[in-house]
Design a protein around this ligand. Structure first.
Ligand SMILES: [Zn+2]
Length: 386
């Protein structure tokens, strides 16, 4: 049975999708104003190996990624280049898709521009207003989080801790921690007309709209970087619960650890990023996969080129093994193959799976027989030589 760690319950749970043999996954996608860096790559590769493993276990996956094109950084880039926000968004979305392909990621089944979801966002905010869960204050619209049951559960905060946050600051807010739904007061280079006035839908609501319009009342996994737990995922869950009327509309919250570089989180604003396309050019996507999978996805990872290179002997061993596979597998290898699969069943423990795979390959070098089918199966799950 596949078990997955759920940030909501802080425990590993048996993974049982809402629909039999289909896992629907939403990944918080890129803000499209620059290229993909290694921190993003780790996220998408984690869900890629998840998807490959579920497919191996007979569960199909439908992976949805939202493309954030309504964002001030996208607008700024457009202005700098005398372009429209849409031109910038399309350019970097194409780059994003090309980077996914460079990494051998085939699992993303749909991408959705948030700007295509404005009518839905507007109508949902109006419904929330009618129920007096949302309110207008000096042109902006906010969600009154004091009325949301269990608010703070995902980020493991008490009501008192939540009350300490000062978010989306503006005059007339009922509670400092209330979440913005529509912003009409900041000066954006692009804006949309709505009943609330010209402005932009706030980012939490953008994702909620994309998820609901594509998946409906419920889906199985919501994923992204761990830093999105609060306020982003907390707000998303609250909105999803209010829109669907379901208490548990999303089964598992799966968060990926950060990639650190020079002691800080890898981020464009800190200038310490490593671009995926440069890294793939230098090392190839297989080495990058082995490197990232050598650490459990929930742990943080401090980037080092030496650690990437340290995976080279394993990659060479795998390539060598591909040249000496057989028509059958010796019984002595079966426990290690089972160990490989069982490791992945245990919250996608890729470091343990790799260690089993390495032992298998070493045995094959020593003359033990491994069938081509068994070898290919493990390679396909890891996205190596596949
Ligand atoms: Zn998101």
């Amino acid at each position: 049975m596949f078990r997955l760690y759920n940030s909501f319950s802080l425990s590993k749970e048996d993974f049982v999708p809402f629909q039999k043999n289909l896992a629907r996954v939403f990944i918080c996608g890129p803000t499209v104003y620059d290229y993909m860096h290694l921190g993003h790559a780790r996220i998408f590769l984690t869900y890629d190996v998840l998807s490959r493993f579920l497919n191996d276990q007979g569960i199909k996956t439908d992976v949805l990624v939202n493309i954030t094109d309504i964002n001030q950084q996208v607008f700024r880039k457009a202005k700098e280049n005398s372009a429209t926000y849409k031109q910038v968004a399309e350019f970097y979305t194409n780059e994003f898709i090309s980077d996914l392909s460079l990494l051998g990621i085939k699992s993303v089944s749909r991408v959705a521009y948030v700007s295509d979801y404005i009518p839905f966002i507007e109508s949902e905010i109006k419904k929330l207003e009618k129920k007096e869960l949302a309110y207008r204050a000096h042109g902006n619209v906010y969600l009154d989080v004091s009325q949301v049951r269990n608010y703070g559960k995902i980020s493991q905060q008490t009501r008192d801790q939540i009350n300490m946050h000062r978010l989306d600051i503006g005059p007339g807010k009922k509670n400092p921690e209330d979440i913005m739904l529509w912003n009409c007061t900041d000066d954006f280079d692009f804006s949309w007309k709505s009943e609330f006035g010209y402005g932009i839908p706030w980012w939490h609501m953008q994702d909620t709209a994309v998820a609901f319009e594509n998946f409906g009342k419920n889906y199985d996994i919501h994923g992204g970087a761990r830093e999105l737990l609060y306020p982003h995922h907390e707000a998303h869950l609250a909105q999803y619960q209010l829109i669907t009327g379901e208490q548990f509309p999303i089964k598992t919250w799966m968060h990926v650890g950060l990639v650190m570089s020079n002691g800080d989180k890898m981020s464009k604003s800190l200038g310490n990023v490593v671009w995926v396309k440069d890294l793939v050019k230098k090392y190839g996507h297989e080495l990058i996969r082995l490197y990232l999978f050598s650490r459990h996805y929930r742990e943080d990872l401090a980037f080092s080129e030496n650690d990437v290179l340290a995976q080279k002997p394993l990659l060479e061993l795998i390539h060598l093994t591909s040249l000496c596979v057989s028509e059958y597998t010796d019984e002595s290898l079966l426990p290690a193959i089972r160990g490989f699969v069982d490791s992945l069943h245990d919250d996608l423990d890729t470091p343990a799976a790799l260690s089993h795979f390495e032992k298998i390959c070493q045995s094959v070098q020593g003359g033990t027989k491994l069938s081509e089918a068994d070898f290919n199966r493990m390679c396909l799950i890891l996205g190596i030589m596949a």
